[in-house]
Design a protein around this ligand. Structure first.
Ligand code: CO8
Length: 258
């Protein structure tokens, strides 16, 4: 169905593997289009978590495709950047959590893809970096925006201005990833966390994601009001009634997402 995406289903978890082995899974327009199409069709009733990874053991995504960008002019460059930024925003705003299982190089657009996900895990051979200025461009898939928010402005500036890659342990130290695991255990770890998420009330998880994303940039007063409204809405769900009843009767609730 897709030329560059492999899609798997593990219960309530979907796994999207980006596959362009000849270019270490670099993102070209076709791959970005396929990711966008997959997300457009993503069945949020059926899946409660999405894992994003790269094909092979060497690379998650080695950036945007340099061979496609090499001859672009300013307007085409802006269009290409916008296409990637929009697809990554789709990931960020997908109603369910998205876990990046970073299995190797996450450079340029690859690091930016990982940053658009909610949770980042990586293998011990992973490398992160924003090498764009060494190519005469800047991070163009929202990297200047998200990196500073994730690791702070000082570290983001150092990474982007030097273009130097960092190893997995350094990515962990600066808070770019949540955990580093041996490569052979990466997908199991991602699935373990995904399944922990799936066991919870999906509408509540989704509301929590919306609040964290939306409130991050708001004034505290507005943010607190936004969360308060979302909190109230949880009480309109069956899952809230059943989840609390199950607690009070010492039972277990199977959340249905209503
Ligand atoms: N684009 C296109 N092809 C790539 C890319 C890429 N990003 N990365 C690797 N490849 C290709 C190589 O050209 C090579 O192809 P071939 O076999 O035909 O020569 C193949 O993948 C294997 O790569 P290497 O032989 O280089 O493998 P190494 O193990 O020696 O090195 C590296 C691996 C370190 C990952 C190296 O390939 C590398 O440095 N790649 C480029 C990394 C990079 O600079 N990424 C950032 C790109 S810019 C970007 O992402 C901007 C995002 C915002 C765009 C905004 C739009 C305007």
């Amino acid at each position: 169905m897709y030329e560059h995406l492999k899609i798997e289903e593990r219960g309530m978890v979907a796994i999207m593997t980006i596959s362009a082995p000849k270019s270490l899974n670099a993102l070209n327009s076709d791959i970005l289009r396929e990711i966008g199409e997959y997300l457009d069709e993503f069945d949020t009733q059926r899946f409660r978590c999405l894992i994003v990874t790269g094909d092979g053991e060497k690379s998650f995504v080695a950036g945007a495709d340099i061979s496609e960008m090499a001859t672009l002019g300013p307007q085409q460059g802006e269009h290409f950047g916008r296409t990637g930024a929009e697809v990554f925003r789709q990931i960020e705003t997908l109603p369910c959590p998205v876990i990046a299982a970073v299995n190797g190089f996450a450079l340029g657009g690859g690091c930016e893809l990982a940053m658009a996900c909610d949770i980042r895990l990586c293998s011990d051979n992973a490398r992160f970096g924003q090498p764009e200025v060494g190519l005469g461009i800047i991070p163009g898939f929202s990297g200047t925006v998200r990196l500073a928010r994730l690791v702070g402005m000082g570290m983001a500036k150092q990474l982007i201005f030097t273009g130097k890659n960092i190893k997995a342990d350094e990515a962990l130290r600066i808070g770019l990833v949540n955990a580093v695991v041996p490569q052979a255990e990466l997908m199991d770890k991602a699935l373990e966390i995904a399944n922990q998420i799936c066991a919870n009330a999906p509408l509540a998880v989704s509301a929590a994601k919306l609040c964290i994303n939306t409130c991050y940039d708001m004034e505290a007063e507005d943010a607190i009001a936004f969360e308060n409204h979302a909190f109230g809405m949880c009480f309109s769900t069956e899952d809230q009634k059943n989840g609390m009843q199950a607690f009070l009767t010492k039972g277990k609730c199977e959340f249905v997402g209503k």
